[in-house]
Design a protein around this ligand. Structure first.
Ligand code: ASP
Length: 360
């Protein structure tokens, strides 16, 4: 949809419903109700939104903004709670590792008023990559530091190195490795001519997972900022960088317009400049929900490889997209049902469903 404006989006949305329905599925969100009536799109005032695992982030961000903090510090402190939580296996400490069993973390942060960004990718041994990204933003003339350089940068500011692979994440990784192929030298429980260790045998199969935390906040006056932090795709090829530390992909802010973020299959988000596109759609007049749906549709339309499409031609993966306008309007969409997001609207926080592009 080149030069999409609010009107042409809604017209195109009608076309979308027809065309997707002809393919055997309905664009439920657009069928069921115009995206404009989503409650979040009508909200105004101080607000923070996050991915579904980020309710504690929005609570923290709101508490800090109310106390006078810069939203950029507020969102980073918000996601730090999730990075520190070993039970969230998608971020920071306890994140699932790469195929060699090493936890490599990615994060980015962007500050609306200065239009400055900071990011780190493939950083090892440091549990709080969003805080490191914020230091890149504040203390350097650069935007993205990777790998060993990012780690040494963090060490220079007093960050501790530690083993981020928790026993639970290691167990999941060992199980994945043992079951990856029957032709390699790693034996799974059935191949082993030996009783399996009870713990390993009891571990739930985790073939691969995505998982990330995104958080954005606006004071509804002069400052909107955002951050995204992740351990990335589990069992990834060492050195793989997802969308989360890529400014314009996993996160983007334009202080005149708003902020956006993404979670899910990072390759699809990078290839469609996901967050940048959401913010640009809002600049052209789409509501936050409409802007997220427009990018969800773009991702679906441009998923052309057969291995990434289901029998109905739809993407066989999910992506969730989040948008917060500077005035406090907010919304979120996903490709397939299941995506959730957290919001604190200045009164209370809750977790809501993202509007899906496709029906189940
Ligand atoms: N987007 C992240 C990545 O691809 C993963 C996720 O959000 O689950 O690295």
């Amino acid at each position: 949809m080149p030069n999409v404006d609010r009107r042409s989006f809604l017209l195109a949305a009608g076309g979308l419903t027809g065309c997707v329905a002809a393919g055997g599925a309905a664009a439920s969100a657009l069928d069921a109700q115009p995206a404009t009536v989503q409650t979040g799109d009508q909200h105004r005032g101080v607000c923070s939104i996050a991915s579904g695992n980020g309710r504690r982030c929005v609570d923290k961000a709101m508490e800090m903004i109310r106390a006078g903090a810069d939203p950029v510090d507020a969102v980073v402190e918000g996601v730090t709670i999730i990075e520190d939580d070993p039970d969230d296996m998608s971020v920071g400490l306890g994140g699932l590792p790469n195929e060699e069993g090493v936890v490599q973390l990615d994060a980015s942060v962007m500050h609306g008023p200065t239009h400055k960004a900071g990011a780190v990718a493939c950083i090892e041994g440091i549990r709080n990559p969003a805080r490191v990204a914020l230091l890149v933003l504040k203390r350097t003339d650069h935007i993205l530091l990777v790998g060993e350089g990012a780690r040494r940068f963090a060490l220079s500011y007093g960050f501790n190195t530690e083993e981020l692979l928790t026993p639970r994440a290691r167990e999941a990784w060992l199980k994945w490795r043992a079951n990856r192929s029957l032709d390699d030298d790693w034996l799974n429980d059935e191949e082993m001519d030996f009783p399996a260790e009870p713990r390993l045998g009891a571990m739930r199969d985790i073939p691969f997972t995505y998982g990330t935390v995104h958080c954005a906040a606006t004071n509804a006056r002069d400052n909107i900022s955002a951050t995204t932090s992740t351990s990335g795709l589990s069992w990834k090829i060492p050195g793989r960088v997802g969308d989360s530390p890529i400014v314009g992909a996993g996160m983007y802010v334009d202080n005149d317009v708003g902020a956006a973020g993404a979670t899910g299959r990072g390759e699809a988000v990078i290839a469609n400049c996901g967050s940048f596109n959401i913010v640009e759609h809002m600049a052209r007049g789409l509501t936050p929900t409409e802007a997220c749906l427009a990018v969800a549709k773009r991702i679906a339309d441009r998923t052309r490889e057969k291995r990434l499409r289901d029998e109905r031609g739809r993407p066989n993966f999910n992506v969730s997209l989040y948008a917060l306008r500077k005035d406090g309007a907010y919304g979120a969409a996903c490709l397939h049902p299941g995506g959730t997001f957290a919001v604190h609207d200045g009164t209370s926080s809750r977790v809501l469903r993202c509007v899906p592009l496709f029906e189940a």
